[in-house]
Design a protein around this ligand. Structure first.
Ligand code: BGC
Length: 757
């Protein structure tokens, strides 16, 4: 019986494939194909294509998907997510092919945010590598692995600019800077889609969260956003635009409102800006239940918010099921034109066509391909390369690091032996139970060395955070009181020459719905550090966390601080390599680290104001109760070696329209080991028709130098690089004087001046 069914199925598929013999390349052919298909579709079938449901598990939000398989069979679903493996995807597409009238294959998506099964460092850590070429390679590898596991679509990249480290989702983005953010956004889109979705090892990208989601008031997730058009255009929108122009096939709406209208129902955003100004021709998917949530925003009842969203330009409804429930009546009453439903349906069918799904609904998945591509050696090696490049050395007094393995070293802290934290949040199908912890990596690498261990404290004791985070997954609390754990740790540390404390945030203290009002190390962890410091031995702090933390006390008291973020599948091994100097840290932070939360928002590219900060004068922009500078500025990070910069040389002191000049420095590795430096170019427009930031990142290069080696590093400056949106939202470069800075972080003073004619 099973055999008969299989044979019947094979015939159905062959018949289906020949009936629509398509080569997914030619637009005219695609139009013809889609026209023909749509001419056979009922209104309900078209609306079914707009429906996206969560298949295996519920993640977030006020409404969940139910009875998905039945709805698939009933032709009420255009795509599913939270779902993968060749077997499962094959089963679902078979259901479509055998049980639905028009046999339109499903889109299959998932939040493949920093890897699918091979997990790379969190996006915020990847940004800290400033290695665009590597980030693109990672996106290629991620697409290869995820597509081999049945996926066609990832809800990535997240390109939301964020200036508030209290917001937990900074872990998913590239940080505070639009220029760097745009470069990373483009690289990810290029890597996922490779300009040709008919290649079966690609994924459709989804640019999110459109728009301004990172600017939620107070850093509270899902909160209100409000900003001027000038700020939007100059400081927040560039990464979305860059990703769209790099060819991203889909865009996801954000939860926040913009100018009082929720993004999911905002026609200015989704149609005037995205489609008409930027020329986006893919489809727009809402975020999870974002249409449903418009009722709570207070812009209408169920029918009204559905009408608003589709008329604004949302094409696909994630989990609300409002489109499927409301659109038939809305079309009937004329509140939504059938042509609008047609346009949305067409965009989704076009995406399916471009993915080659009408030619092969399984998109080349096979157990063999999954076996050879998933967690392949090259992907695991890439994950380690990325981790090594992402670590940021925040402090290293008296060359405490790297460590000498012949010394007695005490590793203390709840993250020394913790697997789950290494993978971070949004770790897709990553299997944390199989990865090496820091301790495992130590033991496997230095089998003869004598390392000591004590847990020292519980990962999270704070009662509020415990209520909101996962208490399994390696974050188990036992009944040993804090004082006992600290006493044990101090005893262990007493036998060592050096102490390494591995501390930070549990994996789910950053990511969605993980805003914190206080971004210190947790009190119980700080208590442990204080006790370790009191031993008088050198202390190294290794941090794992998904956002900037306020580390004033640690910076004042701890000898060396290594920021390792949430470093992925090979993170434990990478940490050990860096601690013992087999690799030299080279990452640089992409978001300012404040001294305390009262300084937020704090970002390097701020305006000068009429009373710029001056330490010696009270009546300037400042707080009177603290050192006003950031603890670590944007772009900052140390190395085990030392890099020296010459003065900035310009090829000319004037730049003409249509021309270009170069700015260069000689970079010297004056230390005693090889290393890589991220050389950064900043420009200040001294006078503008609107006020201009004190500095803006305009270029960067990762330069590798051996000990004693020097190299000239050159950047080209064209008028294009000097453009900004003026008060009329025109993209212009204004004649006048500019300063060019080149250095190792945004606090650079080294500069030269030129004039744009
Ligand atoms: C998040 C999105 C994610 C979606 C689907 C939402 O809660 O905001 O970033 O892609 O869920 O899982």
């Amino acid at each position: 019986m099973i055999l008969v069914k299989r044979i019947l199925l094979i015939f159905t598929v062959i018949g289906f494939v020949t009936a629509c013999t398509v080569k997914p390349s030619n637009e005219a052919e695609m139009d013809k194909f889609v026209d023909n298909l749509m001419s056979q579709m009922t209104l309900d079938e078209k609306i079914g294509q707009l429906n996206l449901l969560s298949m295996w598990f519920d993640t977030t939000g006020p409404r969940m998907s139910k009875g998905v398989e039945q709805k698939v069979k009933d032709g009420l679903v255009g795509g599913v997510f939270n779902f993968w493996t060749p077997k499962a995807v094959r089963k679902l597409q078979d259901m479509i092919l055998t049980q639905t009238r028009l046999k339109i294959p499903l889109l299959v998506g998932y939040d493949v945010i920093h890897g699918h099964r091979t997990i790379y460092p969190i996006p915020f850590a990847l940004a800290a590598t400033w290695d665009i070429e590597m980030i693109e390679r990672i996106a290629v590898a991620v697409a290869d692995e995820a597509s081999a596991d049945g996926l066609q679509w990832t809800f990535s990249p997240m390109v939301d600019i964020a200036r508030d480290p209290r917001w937990g989702r900074v872990s998913e983005g590239a940080g505070e800077d639009a220029f760097l953010g745009a470069e990373i956004a483009k690289a990810m889109v290029r890597g996922y889609e490779q300009g040709d979705l008919s290649k079966q090892n690609t994924l459709m990208a989804c640019v999110k969260h459109f728009a301004l989601y990172g600017a939620a008031e107070g850093g509270r997730d899902y909160n209100t956003t409000d900003m001027s058009r000038l700020r939007m255009y100059n400081e927040y929108l560039p990464p979305y635009e860059a990703a769209v122009k790099a060819g991203a096939s889909t865009v996801m709406t954000s939860f926040n409102e913009i100018d009082g209208v929720p993004a999911t129902g905002n026609r200015w955003l989704l149609t005037d800006l995205l489609r008409n100004q930027w020329g986006f021709d893919g489809f727009v998917v809402t975020d999870w239940t974002a249409i449903y949530e418009m009722e709570d925003h207070g812009v209408g009842d169920k029918a009204k918010v559905t009408e608003l969203s589709i008329n604004a330009g949302a094409d696909m409804d994630m989990v609300s099921e409002y489109m499927i429930e409301e659109l038939p009546a809305l079309v009937k009453s004329g509140r939504v034109k059938e042509a609008t439903v047609d346009a949305a349906c067409r965009r989704i069918l076009e995406a399916k066509y471009k993915l080659g799904l009408f030619a092969d609904p399984y998109r080349g998945i096979s157990d063999e391909r999954a076996k050879s591509q998933i967690m392949s050696a090259d992907k695991l090696a890439l994950s380690k390369e990325a981790a090594l490049k992402s670590f940021v050395l925040l402090k290293n007094d008296k060359q405490t690091l790297p460590l000498d393995a012949s010394k007695k070293i005490a590793f203390i802290g709840p993250l020394v032996k913790n697997q789950r934290t290494l993978l971070g949040n949004w770790a897709a199908a990553g299997n944390w139970t199989k990865i090496m912890t820091v301790w495992d990596a130590l033991e496997s690498k230095y089998s003869n060395a004598k390392f000591l261990y004590a847990q020292g404290c519980h990962l999270v004791e704070d009662k509020y955070i415990r209520r909101m985070t996962d208490q399994g997954n390696g974050n188990v609390i036992d009944d040993r009181p804090a004082q006992q754990l600290i006493a044990e740790a101090v005893r262990t540390a007493g036998q060592a020459d050096v102490i390494v404390a591995v501390l930070g945030e549990a994996y789910d203290m950053s990511g969605e719905a993980a805003s914190r009002s206080n971004i210190n190390l947790l009190d119980n962890q700080r208590d442990l550090l204080k006790a370790l410091k009191a031993t008088g031995k050198p202390v190294v702090l290794v941090l794992m966390n998904g956002r900037p933390l306020t580390l004033q006390w640690e910076d004042d008291n701890i000898d060396a601080i290594l920021e390792t973020w949430l470093p992925g599948t090979r993170g434990g091994e990478a940490i050990v390599d860096v601690l013992f100097g087999e690799a030299n840290p080279s990452g640089k932070i992409t978001m300012t680290f404040p001294r305390n939360v009262g300084q937020i928002p704090i970002y390097y590219n701020h305006k000068n104001s009429g009373r710029p900060f001056n330490n010696d004068s009270k009546f300037t922009v400042k707080y009177i109760d603290m050192e006003n500078s950031p603890l670590y500025p944007f772009g900052y990070g140390l190395s085990y070696t030392q890099f020296d910069y010459s003065g900035v040389q310009l090829s000319d002191s004037t730049l003409a329209e249509g021309g270009s000049i170069t700015a260069s420095v000689t970079l010297t590795n004056s230390g005693d080991r090889a290393g890589e430096e991220i050389v950064q170019l900043y420009i200040r427009d001294l006078v503008g028709s609107i006020t201009r930031p004190v500095k803006e990142l305009k270029g960067f290069q990762r330069i590798a130098l051996n000990a004693g080696e020097s190299k000239q590093v050159t950047f080209s400056i064209t008028p294009e690089l000097l453009k900004f949106y003026n008060a009329d939202l025109k993209w212009v470069a204004e004649p006048g004087n500019f300063l060019v800075f080149i250095g190792g972080n945004s606090d650079v003073k080294n500069n030269a001046k030129f004039t744009l004619k």
